[in-house]
Design a protein around this ligand. Sequence first.
Ligand code: GLN
Length: 445
Amino acid sequence: RYYLSQIETHNAKLHAFLEVYDTEALYKAALVDQKIQSGTAGELAGLVIGIKDLLCYEDHHSYAGSKILQSFKSTFSATAIQRLIDQDAIVIGRQNCDEFGMGSTNENSAFGPALNFKNTAHVAGGSSGGSAVAVQANMCHVSLGTDTGGSIRMPAAFCGVSGLKPTYGRVSRWGLIAYASSFDSIGPMARHVEDLALVLSHISGADGQDSTVVSSNEFLAKKPIQGNRIAYIKEMAEHPSLQADIKKAFFEKLELLKSKGYQVNAVDFPYVDALLPTYYVLTTAEASSNLSRFDGVKFGHRTKVASKDLVDMYKKTRDEAFGEEVKRRIMLGTFVLSADYYDAYYTKAQKVRRLIKDFTQGLLQDHDFLVSPTTSSTAYRLGEKTMDPLQMYLGDLFTVQANVAGLPAISIPMGEDSQSLPMGFQIMADVFQEEAMLELATELV
Ligand code: GLN
């Protein structure tokens, strides 16, 4: 009732939820209450969660922030959602996001952007913007977001909350509407790091529906770490795009770490300039393939305009219902996969991806964690970046490395800048080192 009243008070303005399951949530809460009375409740009894509109929930709508999926209802639930429900968590509603997760500000949602609760003239970040604002404004306890190139961590940083992107292969992607399958991951967002840990422990592990999830034995085989050696990438900490307040707060955090006895070293990373091109070549390639299924036949929207033939119907449907950014990425992805350019762009980017992954994991042999600011600036003003897609992409510079390399990363609050906008501190670790990463995070918030 508390969260519903918060939604009632704030959602019309903030637009964090696209749909609220009020009657249903109250009904489930009453059932959970009975289970609590009878001592049969699950471990998450009463935990109120919101879910990003990119996740499937049985018998509920999922629009992926897109007109093309308007009216789509899923016949099954994402594994991550189902596992939380099995422990008696209550789903309160569906949260706003950039169309198919493509964006950094939530302004690519076909249903209008979520706004930052700290200052509504500023964006929430994206693509899990609604999920971040919902936690920021206390409209739910935990949100489930998705992160392909920073979509959990960036809005978490912009809104002053915490968000975790797990190791690729830790959480099943079953029921996550695909953007770029070799990058996509589902993860929690919350005000408290402990809640991220709790939710992560429940959503992790193989389920037979996603062959890229490793078995639990492999989880246990993780290498022991010392836990006190921290590196930061010089080229990032000195990057010209980095806002002065963020740089200052970041170096203060490094001092804090040193005072706690951590060894902090500056390291070189020769591929900083290759991060965004690699990410955008590969994710648009995967997206152009994944999004081919939205054709007006299988799901959601179909054009009402008379078509000459089947191909004409596909074209009209996709032209009407995909937003501008999604179209841009489908075209870019189709181009880099085309016969004449495949080797020059796609194959090349795959090779660079391997270099980035190997080099990053090399750094994580000598160090336990890699830290950086989560974003180079605080939340943009609404509309500030929408005219220039390349400027928008540059904002993902610090977050994409974890996805390119498949590593876990977390964003935690790092105070506020001179305009009282939140800043974020990012910790990245080697594969399956979430536990150590979360432990460090709890020391720093
Ligand atoms: N901003 C990035 C993009 O637009 C990240 C998106 C994401 O993580 N889903 O691709």
